[in-house]
Ligand binder design. Sequence first.
Ligand code: C5P
Length: 212
Amino acid sequence: MIKHILVTAGPTREKIDPVRYISNYSTGVFGYEIANAAKRRGLSVTLISGPTLLTPPEKVKFVSVESADDMRAAVLKFLNWSDCVIMTAAVADWRPRRSARRKMKKSGARNIELVENPDILAEVGRLKKRRVVVGFALETENLEKNALKKLKDKNLDIIVANRLTSKRNVFGDETLDVVTIDRFGNRTRIFNKDKSKLAKIILDKALKFRIH
Ligand code: C5P
């Protein structure tokens, strides 16, 4: 039985200098809804979140982080204690190789060298043991094929894939279409549901998932 759940949410911010950063449009809503739903189901919840405008749910262990490195450290710290991990965070794929200690002066065009951030979910997949691990995939093309590859490469139990199109804005829209794929190949297509309903459906799938 799953009792302790770890959720990541929101974007990360990767510092360029003390006043500038690289980030993305993630709002964190999905992760906070999952944390809320898990709390209502009586689970103990750790929510590790990048910067968002949301209020953390009550009675949840809330860990606020900024960068992908911070998020990775927090996830590894709380992983042992969890038996289900749901990673909704939109971790920045790159960070500046160096972040300046002082504000950079405006002086024409500039190149910023980026290095790859650690893939936190892939690391959790390697350490997973008997945990149920759920990841998300946001794709512009070949949605199910790419999601399936991620499920396998990252050793996940379930992947939740949503398509980024010009019609649907996954960051802002009230309702979404998603497809979930589990490691046994079961696929579920869910249409036009709001993030709070989707959060409950995804949480239920994770809680019912049997490790064979
Ligand atoms: O490979 P991709 O970034 O599309 O994978 C998305 C999934 O991996 C999400 O569940 C996200 O939270 C997780 N992820 C992560 N660390 C990264 C990149 C993605 O945990 N550096």
